[in-house]
Design a protein around this ligand. Structure first.
Ligand SMILES: [Fe+2]
Length: 381
């Protein structure tokens, strides 16, 4: 067996009602809290009030920053960090989906280190501790509560840029499946498929390793089994619990392996058309599996099995792709880029942009050329 290393330093609390502990957990790190959240959904669902009540009950001073948009920009992060510095915050609480959690990580960085955020894009550039983050996800997808990553949109050029550093792992993750009950069906589907692609890409990454493989296969099986029910019966707690658990497992996977070609290709449709991250990944995943699978059929046999398919190694990538398409339609997700309003003339530009995401391409088990990427976009159109 090859040597491996597995590292997730986040303390995880999983239970219905876990958000009620946010005050107690945040109080471990200081007295002044910046709570980072989105503009609407946590307010509407009551999650924000619940979190603020818990923080105040623990005797903490709370500063709410609720300006996080979908796909947060460097500007939003800078505004939040300015406020955190002015108020001398000791700890950042993230409440929401991937966008607020990533924005909170950015705020935690710039509250301590000098900006601009752009100087920390890439791997390992945040080289010392930043403000501690307590993360409470309200979607089951990103896994950001257990990863060392944060993705931002650079306002200069609309490109997605990411920060990777062990210093931005949240210190505590509060996984409360009740917070995910209010997610509408389409967001449930998109975020669930995002988590699925994390596990799938991690399992087939060049950095795949024995622990993350086990987590990935379990996450894939759980999402395949429970996502349709979470979409069609969103008020049932049990499928929500499985999905939140699975998205966290998938987050632990990519914390080790990174993401690969599906994510690399998904960024351009998101920044150009505002297509939700998980949806962009979802329309591309089956064609990427077919492309990558040619090189490593055994791994794809295990993948097909985790997806509930039959296993015949020579056809494993096709079989895995078939079950992915089936899942996509069971959760009501469109199957093609054209269904999302993408103009065919943009595909070449998308392919060029994908080639800039070298970290994703380096992690991909099969070498990828511009021509390959364009072909996958075309096959997904
Ligand atoms: Fe993702």
């Amino acid at each position: 067996m090859d040597p491996y290393r597995f590292f997730v330093p986040t303390e995880i609390h999983f239970s219905p009602g876990a958000i009620g502990q946010v005050g107690r957990q945040a109080a471990r790190f200081g007295r002044k809290v910046m709570l980072v959240t989105g503009r609407q959904s946590s307010r509407r669902s009551g999650a924000l009030d619940g979190a603020v009540d818990s923080l105040r009950a623990a005797g903490l001073e709370v500063i709410v920053f609720d300006q996080v948009e979908e796909n947060p920009s460097d500007r939003t992060v800078a505004a939040g960090a300015r406020m955190a510095r002015e108020k001398s915050c000791d700890v950042v609480v993230a409440l929401g989906g991937g966008s607020p959690m990533d924005a909170a990580k950015g705020v935690a960085i710039l509250a301590v280190l000098d900006g601009p955020l752009a100087q920390y894009y890439g791997s390992g550039r945040v080289d010392r501790p930043v403000l501690p983050v307590v993360a409470a996800p309200t979607t089951a997808g990103t896994g950001s509560e257990v990863t060392p990553y944060a993705v931002f949109v650079e306002s200069e050029n609309d490109l997605k840029c990411s920060v990777a550093s062990p210093h931005i792992f949240p210190r505590v993750a509060l996984l409360d499946p009740e917070l995910t009950l209010s997610m509408p069906p389409a967001i449930t589907a998109n975020t669930g498929i995002d988590a699925l692609t994390h596990a799938l890409e991690g399992f087939t990454s060049v950095k795949a390793q024995p622990i993350s493989d086990q987590l990935a296969l379990r996450a894939i099986a759980l999402i395949n089994e429970h996502l349709p029910a979470a979409v069609s019966h969103g008020d049932r707690l049990e499928p929500r619990e499985h999905l939140l658990h699975a998205s966290m497992l998938a987050g632990m996977v990519i914390a080790q392996t990174g993401t690969t070609l599906i994510h690399g290709m998904g960024y351009a449709p998101t920044t150009r058309y505002g297509i939700p991250h998980g949806l962009a990944n979802g329309v591309l995943m089956d064609q990427v599996v077919i492309f990558n699978g040619e090189r490593n059929p055994d791994r794809y046999a295990a993948l097909a099995l985790a997806l509930g398919g039959t296993v015949e190694s020579s056809m494993a990538p096709q079989e895995a792709a078939r079950t992915l398409r089936e899942l996509r339609s069971r959760v009501g997700m469109p199957g093609r880029l054209r269904d999302l309003g993408v103009a065919q003339g943009d595909l070449e530009d998308f392919a060029r942009q994908t080639m800039l995401h070298s970290r994703n391409l380096d992690n991909n088990a099969r070498d990828v050329t511009l021509k390959d990427v364009l072909k996958i976009y075309q096959d997904s159109y």
